[in-house]
Design a binder for this molecule. Structure first.
Ligand SMILES: [Mn+2]
Length: 136
């Protein structure tokens, strides 16, 4: 699908956009590989939080299916949003690896404080702040 989009652009724009697209894709693959390594090297159960909307539920389903395929045990919760109200609930998670799908980049201030956890954020929203080292 991406190749069709690139072909439809004018030559000058095409080259610039193509390079940017490829750089972005390379970075995405790099980050996905890092996340995959964290998950495959993790032996305990994984806690997954996903957003209650079309892309959140879809992405969470795909993610959980992948965990099933990899024989990983998990506990999944769909939340309407990840707000201050949910922070104590998230903080009380017994699992040492937490995954946030379709939210999390807007709550980095909170997630940065959970230093005893490994955290993976899979989110397409603009990050609010900088993730610390325990966050992939
Ligand atoms: Mn969403």
């Amino acid at each position: 699908m991406s190749l069709i989009l690139v072909k439809s652009l004018r030559p000058k724009t095409q080259d610039r956009r193509h390079r940017t697209f490829m750089e972005g894709t390379g970075l995405l693959i790099e980050q996905a590989k890092k996340a995959a390594e964290v998950i495959s090297s993790h032996s305990g159960p994984i806690r997954v939080f996903g957003q209650y909307d079309a892309d959140g539920i879809t992405a969470t389903s795909i993610f959980l299916k992948t965990l099933l395929r990899e024989c990983k045990s998990f506990h999944s919760t769909i939340l309407k949003q990840l707000t201050k109200t949910h922070f104590p609930f998230v903080e009380a998670s017994k699992e040492s690896l937490l995954v946030f799908i379709d939210f999390g980049t807007g709550q980095l201030n909170f997630l940065n404080q959970l230093k005893d956890k490994k955290i993976i954020i899979v989110d397409h929203h603009q990050p609010q702040g900088q993730p610390e080292n325990h966050i992939t």
